[in-house]
Design a protein around this ligand. Sequence first.
Ligand code: APR
Length: 237
Amino acid sequence: MKQYRSIVILTGAGISAESGLATFRAANGLWNNHRVEDVATIEAFERNPAYVHDFYNELKPELNKARPNAAHLAIARLQKEYPTPVHIITQNVDTLHEKAKSQNIWHIHGQINQAVCLNCGHILETFGDVDMQTVCPNCQTQGMMKPNIVFFGENLLYMDKVEQLLNNCDLFVSVGTSGVVFPAAAFVQTAKYHGAETVEFNLEPTSNNFYFDRHIMGPAGVTLPAYVEELLQNLQS
Ligand code: APR
């Protein structure tokens, strides 16, 4: 019988691929036909905020109509049926974990349906467009809203919580991330250093290969449900 006392699952764009959403480092290296440097850096936003707002306003409907796939549902099942805490640290700005009815979701790179006021810090939740005309509902300032997406050059969100989760988990599972963007790419090292067992789900070995005890290759929509079943079965045996 094997029961982990705390499970942390890091997810990346690969978990949403089977829901039809683009990953970042596909063959052409573009994200939704744009260079990451043109739409996901603080310099790009300062250079042309309207262009960056347009990009995310166009992306919102696509992300919001996507449905969770079997991998998201498997994690939600684990959270429901496993007797100890299962936390999700996600690099994704889509809300497919929420749509799968998961809990304990930490969006360290922000969320597509949020904007943040650069004047007062207010977080605006909206499925609608945000642009340089948007007025902050909290401080009434116009033209200071930014997509609540963590751009390259900005600090990640919830890092105190992430640190505490990584230092205390005994199972760290990484799903659908290439492991090339830091600091998320170093989370496995922190978990391993604190004694966690580490498992990687991907289509192919990643640059973090060395830090994982187990590598489960294949589409997460197939491999993750089987793994969750294995974890739940091991509670009984
Ligand atoms: N099942 C499992 N893994 C998959 C699947 C799938 N169906 N499809 C793709 N993958 C894997 C790819 O092999 C790749 O290793 O998912 C990974 C996606 O990697 P990236 O496109 O680099 O996405 P991610 O790792 O989430 O990027 C991290 O980079 O641009 C920034 O902020 C952005 O959050 C993003 C961060």
